[in-house]
Design a protein around this ligand. Sequence first.
Ligand code: MSP
Length: 659
Amino acid sequence: MEKEKFYITTPIYYPSDKLHIGHTYCTVATDATARYQRLKGRDVMFLTGTDEHGQKIEDKAREAGVSPKEFVDNIVDGPRGVKDLWKLMNISNDRFIRTTDEYHVKSIQKIFKKMHDKGDIYKGTYKGKYCKPCESFWTESQLVDGKCPDCGREVQDAEEEAYFFRLSKYADRVRDLLENTDFLQPRSRVNEMVKNFIDPGLEDLCVSRTSFTWGIPVDFDPGHVVYVWVDALFNYTTALGFLNDQYHDYEKYWPADVHFVGKEIVRFHSIIWPAMLMSMEMPLPKHVFGHGWLLLDGGKMSKSKGNVVDPYILAEKFGVDALRFFLMRTFPFGSDGNFSNELLIQTINTDLANDLGNLVSRTTAMAGKYFGGALPAGCSRCEKTEPCDGELTAAASALRDVYEKNMDAFAPHTALAEIFKVIQRANKYIDETAPWALAKDMDANGGRLAYVLYNLLEATRICGILLTPFIPQSCEKLFAQIGADADVQTWDSAARWGARPETAPVAKGENLFPRIDMEKALKELDALQEAAKKAALPALEVEPQLTEKVDFDTFCKSDFRAVKVKACEAVKKSEKLLRFTLDDGTGTDRQILSGIHKFYEPEELVGKTLIAIVNLPPRKMMGLESNGMLISAVHTEKGEEKLHLIMVDDAIPAGAKLC
Ligand code: MSP
């Protein structure tokens, strides 16, 4: 029988900076959903990628002194870039699109032309407001306090000849789609869209630019490049092979089952995207789900605010699965949530180390201790059961269906909460049945003890199957420990209590999730985050050159001389100052004080030939007079000041003038 298809996407990331934990959140959610659908036996296509055009990238590349393509290549393919991060996070995407890929570029040109030929894209003059960081055009009425309604930043006046898409033509159909179907979820997002964008009246959308070149050229009108959102949105279809020969999956997977997107780009996905698809007479995606933001101290994370959380640090410190789990378990998917390191550690300790980890280690340890690692045949039945047996069995047997309902409703956090109810129920079952007490009289209670342990292994197995989409690597270890082979790790078997063979071998292994010492970990994290911030600073920085000119006569008034260090010592009670006794060629020693102790020890400078300006007015420092200043070269390296005294050939005599 042919498998049912499921096509799911993440937004394609804008590689203007390295990705942070907010981006990771959406991709992990998509990955967990894709894995869940595969677990259910669907033929899944999971697409992610990067959205690489636009003025912001062009500007950033210029600042970095590289071409836009080199700039994005480094962030996408370079060390600790987008692809590395997804590999580390165990993201199982089937395809990765870059909007600079040749096939995509060609497809977009055809799409643009098609809408143009149909009359849905026409030429006009654009007058309005433009938010550069968001690459968004706004009308005056859409601004909030005169600023970009999405990011709150300043907008600029813009006027130029441009192409427009007849968005207004599709307003009624889009309204109907939003109000009368379950296309956009959660439902609260529908009200936002209708109130803020549809009710005030949809205006036609400017879909080309002439003020920069880093975009897909409109091939029938040189000088125009396609607006980055048109280019970006159609990635969902070009990556399947729409209007190109790179792939041949469009018929198979389109329309998408769901696009997961952050709340600030719901407008593009739920209004502009369906309208353009209507224009192209293409089927609409079944759902768009607008998830919330991960906030830091109540505000949005952003590189410019310097408050981004690095997923690499967290994954390397706590493990990929722990991080994936935390993101999905803690924050209701449709709402905003406050990220904190404390919350992360607390979630790992409570849910993973305490509840899940303990259940697995206690159960496997007891199976080892009391039965040498294999329960006896017949252990799945017991003559004298107790109410708690039935409660655990019922909860675990019903779990798959509750979980499915929540996963299908894009509520992974609730699906996880349901699993943890069963895990907690199982831990309580251990306390209720007290296997250690049963083990005291194996002749009388051995049968019941084996039954209790079998029940625990079964509950753990079912939870393990349903946790696999979230923590795949840990579940593999879990299955190995509880003796659950591939055929009892399946979706079907998650609804079949008793599927695990009674005598399958159990082997207590390493602790799946060791407990974390909160105080120690927080300190280490601070140090790591500090070090990472430092590493992100430019490797080398020098002060910009002065543009103001000095005339030659003024310059000549500065008297630079070669001087020889006769003696050098640290000034008492000063951390910085060194006192130099210098031969300046006059026959009288010259004293200069210099705040460079951080860079040199006095003894290493004796005998050196340096350069000093000797006609500065005398200056008192720490009660000592300084007559002149030694000349150094300074720069910054990884945020740290560096200084090098200018040392010249010792053959140059003291007093020689520099000119
Ligand atoms: N390039 C566009 C998407 C085009 S899709 C056709 C874009 N890129 S982005 O890199 O800026 O953002 C990608 C996704 O990351 C968005 O869905 C955005 O909401 C999400 N997030 C960015 N910061 C986030 C948080 N702090 N929290 C949760 N998601 C966040 O938009």
